[in-house]
Design a protein around this ligand. Structure first.
Ligand code: FAD
Length: 114
């Protein structure tokens, strides 16, 4: 049981890291197609997330807080807010969303200060 909890937590940490890093790289001025791609990704992610209980809870959160895809800032702040809703439910600390832009860098060659 401890083993399963550890694996679930590691899956969560790696998933959040991917999500927040993607948001940090989302265009500042996305095209309609880019907005639709991100929205689809988030809904498909919520369906396919391999922890079933987490997926069900996340779908309920999405129903109340639909993905914000109008810009990089909107998407990053949305992801931070929904992560905080999960944090609250799991009785974890609330994260300061003012710091997401500096925290999540992708390490990509084409990004200054990556
Ligand atoms: P995590 O919550 O994994 O966060 C990792 C790091 O991200 C933190 O150390 C902090 O530096 C940073 N961070 C924290 N909050 C934010 C924020 N708001 N914005 C940006 N960065 C932040 N686990 C369950 O047991 N039950 C569930 O129902 C459940 N649902 C989940 C749903 C989703 C969509 C995901 C991706 C994960 C879910 N998890 C769930 C896993 C859970 O959210 C944690 O990932 C896991 O418990 C490990 O927690 P952690 O304390 O290491 O930090």
């Amino acid at each position: 049981q401890l083993g399963n909890a550890t694996i679930k937590a590691e899956l969560g940490r790696s998933s959040w890291n991917l999500l927040h890093t993607m948001m940090g790289r989302f265009p500042e001025h996305p095209t309609t197609d880019e907005k639709e791609a991100l929205r689809s990704f988030i809904y498909l992610f919520s369906r396919l997330y391999p922890c079933g209980e987490c997926a069900t809870e996340f779908q309920a959160i999405l129903a109340r807080y639909p993905p914000q895809v109008s810009s990089r800032v909107a998407a990053s702040q949305w992801a931070c807010a929904v992560h905080n809703i999960v944090n609250q439910r799991l009785q974890k600390e609330i994260f300061d969303c003012g710091t997401v832009a500096e925290k999540y860098k992708c390490g990509c060659d084409d990004e200054k200060n990556a």
